[in-house]
Each structure stands twice: as structure tokens, then as C-alpha cells.
Design a protein around this ligand. Structure first.
Ligand SMILES: Nc1ncnc2c1ncn2[C@@H]1O[C@H](COP(=O)(O)OP(=O)(O)O)[C@@H](O)[C@H]1O
Ligand SMILES: [Mg+2]
Length: 445
């Protein structure tokens, strides 16, 4: 019985223990479930936060990449930490090739920036204008701003301002052209006025000289007649006293030379009058050969001690719709340049040679101005038409002649201007002008 009772107690104890253990397991399971649901929640929160961070980083990157300016992020020692697409495009880089390089490679000015200037750049946010240099050493005018984003990093914004610089250059060119043409215009007006005033005195001096020529011939005849009225002794005395034989030989020659000189003066005055005809915006039918003749005559003093100038002008050249004043300026500039080039070649005591030729081309005329002067350095060939490009000393050259010629031939007349040159041999400038004064007949072809 006792054994039975003991057996029961043992069973109960075991049952209780099993119950306790079941309860404990349940509690553990509950706690585990709670923990795992907490873990799941934290994981979800973390995932969300991570997505937000990524979204924000993506947005920042997208903003950076969409910037129309080049952006560089640098470390304290100016090594590049990051670049945007525009910086890569402008500087010929890829992100990986840019990172780790020094920014001074691309913005050389920062090497020479004093600490205070650098600080001013960081704090003022004002753009600094300088020249940036691409990977291939092409220089670009730029506006640069720099901002410190923390103690160690700086963001550099680089804006390409070449278009603006070019527009400013064009504006300066236009202004210079205007100034130049105004100068020519006033010079032309003045020369025209002087030529006009000279016309009348030249006329009467010529008339009087012709009268004296005739009068002297009459006087000589009268003296011959009178000679027979006196004795040969008296005649000889008078002839000797006044050296009449000498006068008879020399005076007609002096008068003829004076008349020749006066005719040349009259011709020059006429050329100046033509040369300085008031500048007009309108075009007229002009004979290019005539314009060349006039210009050669009025510039004779420039070239005659330096070169002989030959004209090979096509007869029956068709007239071209043009502004004669402007074309005169072009020919004048080209003759002066040819003269300078011959001076530069320094022929020992010998004259150089300038040849101006014309001939008809389809719907137009061509004029070639050839010299055997110094020629043009190949490197300068594409720059000679740039405004203010000159290889001459100040006073001798201003670098405006060819820019003006280019503008007159190409812009105002729809033609074109070319150059062929051999260094040390000479140069030929080739002008082609359309008959219609606009070049429309050329473009429509
Ligand atoms: N016929 C030529 N021969 C050699 N070089 C020339 C000739 N014409 C022009 N050049 C070159 O082109 C440059 C620009 O000419 P231009 O515009 O007329 O300016 P400038 O004569 O005032 O220098 C000259 O400085 C010279 O170097
Ligand atoms: Mg010149």
C-alpha cells in the first residue's frame, strides 16, 4: 500500500515537473516569437532607412550629373575625390581617370593662388575668371566658384564661358570695324575736299603754262625776225648778253616738263577724288580694274621704293555690284601688306615684285595680289584674318587690315578671300567677288 502511495507521489511529481517544463517551454517560445517579431520590425525599419539613404544619394548624384557646369570635389590637398559628367565631358576625363589626380592639372591658377586669395574664393562665392586646361591641353576660358563643404572637402564649379568670350570678341571686332570705316570715311572726306580745292588752281596753272609755252615760241620767232633788222654784230651782242641760245634750248624743255608734271598732278587729284567718293552703303556697278588703277596710283609712294608693281588686268572685265570705297580699302591694305612683306625680306638694294591680276570667273571676278616678300609662317596662316593679329611692330601694323578685308569681301559682298603662301618665297591673296554683290547666284548653285 505504502509502495503504491509512494508510487503515486512520484507520478504526481513527474507530472508536475512535466507541466512546469511545458510552461517554461511555452514562455521561451513566446519570448522567442516576441524577439523575432522585434527583430523583423527593426530589420524593416533598417531596410526603409537604407532605401531612404539610397534615394537621397541617388538624388544628390542626379543633381550633380545634371549640372550644366563641371563639378569637382577635392580633398584638403586638392586631390580629386569626385567629378560630375560635365567635368568629364569638358576636360576629356572619365570618373576613374579623374579621381586621385590633382585639380591644379586642370585649373592651373590654383597653384599660384595665395592662401588669403583662396580663402576669399571659398568665402565670397564670387566667380573667379581664369583659364582651365583639358587633358589634351586645350585652354578654355572659365568662371570658377569654390565652396568648402566640410573641414576637408571643397566643391569646385567650373563654368565654360568661351561662347561669351567669343561674343565679346565679335562685338569688339564689329566696333573696331566701325571705327576703322569711320576713320577711312573722314579721311576720305578730307582728301576729297582737298582734291576738289586743288582742281581749280591746277587748271589755271596748266592753262597759263600752256599759254607761256606758246608765247615763248612766238617770242623766239619774233627775236629771229628782229635779228635781220640789226647788224650781225649787234645781234650777236644781244644774243650773248641774254644767253638766248641757252634759253631757246632749255625753256621749251622746262615748260614741257612742267606741263607733264601738272598733268600728273591732275591725274593724282582725280584719283584721290575717285578714291574718296563719299562712302555709301549702297552698291553700284563698278569696274574692279578701275578701282585697282586708282588705288595703285594713290599708294605709289608706299611701294615705289620697295617694289615694282605690274598690273595684269583682264580687258572687258564685267562690272560688279559693289561698294567702291570698301573695295579700295581692301586693295590698299593688300598692297601695303605686300610692300611690308617685301621690306621684311630685305632684298639687297633690289626691288621686289608685286603683281595684281584680274580675270573673269563664273558669275564673278577674281583678283590676285601676289608678292615675292617674306611669306607667312604656316602656324600664322589661320590667324592672319583675326582682328588685331599682327607680326609687326606697333605703329607699322595694327592687325586690322586683313580682318577688315575679310569682312568687306565675305560679309558685305558675299565673296571670299584666300591666301597661298610659301615662307621665304612670297604670298598671293586671292579675292573672288560675285557679280551680283551678294553671292546669292553662287549659293543657289
Ligand atoms: N603679303 C603678306 N606677306 C606676308 N605676311 C603677310 C602678308 N599680308 C599679311 N601678312 C601677315 O598677316 C598679319 C596681319 O595682317 P593685317 O591684318 O593687314 O595686319 P597688319 O598689317 O597691321 O599687321 C601681318 O602682321 C603679317 O604677319
Ligand atoms: Mg596690314
Amino acid at each position: 500500500m505504502i509502495a503504491n502511495a509512494n508510487q503515486l507521489t512520484e507520478v504526481e511529481r513527474l507530472a508536475k515537473r512535466a507541466e512546469r517544463e511545458r510552461a517554461a517551454r511555452k514562455e521561451a517560445e513566446r519570448q522567442l516569437e516576441e524577439k523575432s517579431s522585434q527583430l523583423f520590425e527593426s530589420h524593416e525599419q533598417l531596410k526603409h532607412a537604407f532605401a531612404q539613404v539610397r534615394e537621397s544619394a541617388d538624388r544628390t548624384r542626379a543633381i550633380l550629373e545634371s549640372m550644366p557646369n563641371g563639378v569637382f570635389v577635392t580633398a584638403r590637398d586638392n586631390t580629386i575625390l569626385d567629378v560630375n559628367a560635365m567635368a568629364c565631358q569638358k576636360f576629356g576625363l572619365t570618373t576613374s581617370s579623374a579621381i586621385g589626380r590633382l585639380l591644379a592639372e586642370f585649373l592651373p591658377f590654383i597653384e599660384n593662388l595665395s592662401a588669403s586669395k583662396k580663402e576669399e574664393l571659398f568665402s565670397s562665392h564670387l566667380p573667379y575668371v581664369s583659364t582651365a586646361r583639358t587633358k589634351d591641353n586645350v585652354e578654355i576660358p572659365c568662371e570658377i566658384t569654390a565652396t568648402r563643404i566640410d573641414a576637408d572637402q571643397v566643391v569646385w564649379m567650373v563654368r565654360d564661358i568661351s561662347a561669351r568670350v567669343e561674343a565679346e570678341m565679335r562685338q569688339r571686332k564689329l566696333e573696331a570695324e566701325l571705327q576703322q570705316s569711320q576713320k577711312f570715311e573722314s579721311l576720305g572726306t578730307m582728301a576729297g575736299g582737298i582734291a576738289h580745292e586743288l582742281n581749280t588752281p591746277i587748271q589755271f596753272v596748266t592753262d597759263n603754262t600752256r599759254f607761256l609755252q606758246k608765247a615763248f615760241t612766238d617770242l623766239v620767232a619774233a627775236v629771229q625776225d628782229l635779228k635781220v633788222c640789226v647788224t650781225p654784230d649787234v645781234a650777236k651782242r644781244v644774243v650773248d648778253k641774254f644767253d638766248l641760245e641757252y634759253l631757246d634750248a632749255e625753256v621749251p624743255q622746262a615748260i614741257t616738263q612742267s606741263i607733264d608734271g601738272l598733268e600728273r598732278i591732275a591725274e593724282i587729284v582725280l584719283a584721290i577724288k575717285r578714291f574718296s567718293h563719299p562712302a555709301s552703303a549702297t552698291k553700284e556697278a563698278n569696274d574692279l580694274n578701275q578701282i585697282i588703277h586708282t588705288t595703285v596710283l594713290v599708294t605709289k609712294n608706299q611701294w615705289k621704293y620697295v617694289a615694282e608693281l605690274n598690273l595684269e588686268l583682264a580687258p572687258n572685265l564685267p562690272p560688279i555690284m559693289s561698294n567702291a570705297g570698301e573695295l579700295t580699302q581692301v586693295i590698299l591694305n593688300l598692297i601695303v601688306n605686300a610692300t611690308h612683306a617685301i621690306e621684311d625680306r630685305k632684298y639687297a638694294g633690289k626691288l621686289g615684285k608685286i603683281v595684281i591680276s584680274t580675270h573673269a570667273i563664273e558669275n564673278g571676278v577674281e583678283c590676285r595680289i601676289q608678292d615675292n616678300g617674306s611669306g607667312i609662317e604656316p602656324a600664322n596662316l589661320k590667324r592672319i584674318f583675326d582682328l588685331f593679329f599682327t607680326t609687326k611692330t606697333p605703329g607699322r601694323g595694327t592687325g586690322q587690315g586683313l580682318a577688315l578685308a575679310h569682312s568687306i569681301i565675305c560679309n558685305s559682298h558675299g565673296g571670299n578671300i584666300d591666301v597661298e603662301s610659301q615662307l621665304g618665297e612670297g604670298s598671293t591673296f586671292i579675292l573672288r567677288l560675285p557679280l551680283d554683290g551678294t553671292g546669292a547666284s553662287w549659293q543657289s548653285k
